[in-house]
Design a protein around this ligand. Structure first.
Ligand SMILES: Cc1ncc(C[n+]2csc(CCOP(=O)(O)OP(=O)(O)O)c2C)c(N)n1
Length: 378
């Protein structure tokens, strides 16, 4: 590694499942062959979606995107352990869980294009997804604010005894935000059914963990607040699943919160506005190697179980790409939201001053033709 590379903390062991040689060739406890293939296919779909997002952005058809290439196992391992009544308070990099839980690609793409069917009506920052059916709560662009909402929701779930687990997510950099510490205080004191994930992908934009935090590992931040904490190999989908299943069972049994540090790597840029080669050279190449890439590792594990062959591989990639193509091409053709929609959703009855502004805007808009469809206005 170059001197610029992330300073990988290694003083606490990472919980692993797939790379334990005694386990190779055996189905893990509580998972069927079908589960493992479903998880693998889920990760493939996320990567195919990321590839499409990048192309759409590079060709100027969407303005901005965020990818999670390299972090697929963190999302699928957790997604597999979640139950329907559970909640997800994530940030911009957890959309893979929505895909895994069956959110249609079109829904995600409508949001990226900010078109008339975008659930946020073009008002949210792109890549800030949400889904009511999946209890996937819309996040703010301000890092960390959702963590205190999650702690509050978990306390409510405890009082209501509704058997829901609340999950929340923060990046390594985000653990420096005040809201992380407020969330941890409430979690430690009130012991609600909350599972806090630190997705340690080793960088907060250009800042490696060693420049963000004096502690050697991030899971230690749980210990200080009285929240049991574990450190898991975030590129091992079964280890992520196992840790989540255990934490969720504890939460449902009234045994309180858990903090899970998922040690992983962001292979791509922070967002489409970032150029990571400027601060870490070509370091990311090594994280798509057979022994690190979560998809390659799961593929090798499936092979060891006799569950994989070339025809299966070709089929699932083709299916994923078709799904992504169909989902995104429809979204591109849809028109932008109506100007009218800017004035909806806050007041049951629009105050006269706002109604006047709306009428003026619509009148002006009819005088100036819109930009061509598909042209991003930035
Ligand atoms: C309070 C706040 N400070 C700074 C920013 C700018 N910002 C956006 S993303 C980001 C880095 C976040 O890194 P990390 O928490 O490690 O998550 P990752 O993107 O690596 O998954 C920063 C500093 C912000 N959005 N909000």
């Amino acid at each position: 590694m170059s001197s610029k590379s992330a300073d990988i903390p290694n003083s606490a062991p990472l919980l692993r499942a797939m790379t334990d040689s005694t386990k190779a060739g055996q189905l893990p406890d509580g998972l069927t062959a079908q589960d493992l293939k479903q998880m693998y296919e889920g990760m493939v779909l996320i990567r195919a979606y990321d590839e499409r997002q990048k192309k759409l952005q590079r060709s100027g058809r969407i303005g901005f995107c965020v990818t999670s290439t390299g972090e697929e196992a963190t999302q699928v391992g957790i997604g597999h352990a979640l139950q329907d009544q559970d909640w997800i308070f994530g940030y911009y990099r957890q959309y893979g869980m929505m895909l895994y839980k069956g959110a249609p690609i079109t829904e995600l793409a409508d949001h990226l294009f900010g078109n008339r069917d975008d659930y946020a009506k073009g008002r949210q920052m792109p890549a800030h997804y949400t889904n009511r059916r999946l209890n996937f709560v819309s996040s703010s662009s301000v890092i960390g604010t959702h963590l205190i909402h999650a702690a509050g929701a978990a306390m409510a779930a405890k009082y209501k005894k509704d058997n829901a687990v609340i999950t929340t997510f923060i990046g390594d950099g985000g653990t420096s935000a005040n809201d992380f510490h407020s969330c941890m205080t409430f979690a430690g004191v009130y012991k609600p059914p909350l599972v806090i994930y630190i997705v340690n992908n080793q960088y907060a934009i250009s800042q490696p963990v060693s420049k963000q935090c004096g502690a050697e590992t991030l899971h230690l931040k749980g210990v200080g607040y009285g929240v049991p904490a574990v450190r898991v190999d975030g590129n091992d989908v079964i280890a992520v699943y196992n840790a989540s299943r255990e934490a969720f069972a504890k939460a449902r049994a009234g045994e309180g919160p858990t903090l899970i540090e998922l040690f992983t790597y962001r292979v791509g840029p922070h967002s489409s506005s970032d150029d990571p080669t400027r601060y870490r050279g070509n370091e990311s190449d090594q994280w798509l190697s057979e022994d690190k890439d979560p998809i390659a590792r799961t593929r090798n594990y499936l092979k060891s179980l006799g569950l994989w062959d070339e025809a299966y591989e070709a089929k699932i990639w083709k299916d994923a790409q078709n799904q992504v193509n169909e989902g995104t091409s429809g979204s591109e053709k849809k028109p932008e939201p109506d100007w009218n929609s800017l004035f909806e959703d806050v007041y049951a009855e629009l105050p006269p001053a706002l109604a006047r502004q709306r009428d003026e805007l619509i009148e002006q808009e009819s005088e100036f033709p819109r930009q061509q469809e598909g042209e991003f206005p930035l």
